[in-house]
Design a protein around this ligand. Structure first.
Ligand code: RIB
Ligand code: CA
Length: 311
């Protein structure tokens, strides 16, 4: 474990979160300190059950799973069963009854404990609403000085939203949490937005390149409704690998180009709540608080993802 990157993955397991978990585990690049779950696509209970199912699928039951926030900081939950299915992983593993259950503890406390135990060594990758990290920062503000890096899937700075015309789901579901995290002062905070995740589309051809039959059939089944919805909206049978891209950046940051900007989150608007506003021309003259992913090597990402899943 000595030379492996210490990782905490925070998820709202969902279809793409689950593939992100598979990528993190199968990459064998991480000392997986734990997976924390949060209310997002589905309830935190469902996200926890789905996470345990996926870990058992790849025989990684030893990885701790710690439950987190039951609701966003202020808002009511905004589940996305239309996209992720009733269970949250597209109906795959529906007969699975995992022996594994959540470990003791509360996710924000787990994040604090592990980051303070391993100062400047822990990478946080978050692929759901930022509620758990926001709660951790509220409880332990000096956390920001001890985290190695934070990478989160969320927001969109140049394109359309996927929940409202301007807001992406993770940020829309808990805009106050996103605002708090962006204002906290993390020295290394990377945003993986729809701007780049929409460019990494999982197609049949790419699924067929996964030789591990267990994983190929799981991914094919779990993403079928995701790809159906994408087809209905865009006329292409595919689905964006939002969360796996965020995980992949903890393996290889060279897959994206980033630029530092000042970014704010709207939390008091009738039409634009959850919007991420990027000060591209530095007009506000404020600190550049975010590394924004501007473009991605999509082929390079899938080469990595498929190589890892086939390993
Ligand atoms: O907008 C996409 C994000 O919202 C992904 O993390 C997906 O799992 C949902 O949580
Ligand atoms: Ca997610």
């Amino acid at each position: 474990m000595a030379n492996k990157k210490k990782l905490i993955l925070d998820v709202d397991t969902g279809i793409d979160d689950a593939i992100g978990i598979l990528l993190a585990v199968k990459s064998k690049r991480f000392d997986m300190l734990g997976i924390t779950t949060v209310c997002g696509n589905v309830s935190v209970e469902a996200a926890t059950l789905n996470t345990c199912k996926v870990l058992e699928l790849v025989e990684a039951e030893e990885i701790p799973v710690i439950k987190g926030a039951v609701t966003p900081l202020l808002r009511a939950p905004h589940y996305e069963h239309r996209v992720h299915g009733e269970d949250g992983i597209g109906g795959a593993l529906k007969d699975a009854r995992p022996k594994k259950t959540a470990d003791e503890g509360f996710a924000p406390d787990f994040i604090i404990d592990q980051v303070l135990k391993y100062p400047k060594q822990v990478t946080l990758v978050l692929t759901g609403p930022l509620t758990n990290l926001a709660l951790a920062v509220k409880k332990c503000p000096e956390l920001i000085h001890h985290v190695k890096e934070v990478i989160f899937m969320g927001g969109v700075v140049q394109g359309q939203g996927n929940v409202t015309p301007v807001a992406e789901f993770n940020t829309y579901a808990d805009p106050e949490a996103a605002k708090l995290v962006l204002e906290a002062g993390f020295p290394s905070l990377t945003q993986v937005g729809l701007d780049v995740t929409r460019q990494v589309l999982l197609t049949d051809e790419r699924i067929n390149a996964i030789q591990n039959e267990t994983l190929a059939s799981y991914i094919r089944e779990s993403t079928s409704i995701y790809r159906q919805r994408y087809f209905e909206r865009n006329g292409v049978w595919a689905c964006a690998m939002h969360d796996p891209l965020a995980v992949s950046l903890a393996i290889d940051k060279q897959l994206v180009n980033t630029q530092a900007f000042h970014v704010e989150v709207e939390t008091k608007s009738e039409f634009c709540d959850g919007q991420m506003i990027c000060d591209f021309q530095h007009q506000w003259g404020k600190d550049r608080n975010l590394q924004v992913c501007m473009d991605v090597d999509a082929e390079g990402f899938f080469d990595l993802m498929i190589k890892v899943l086939n390993s």
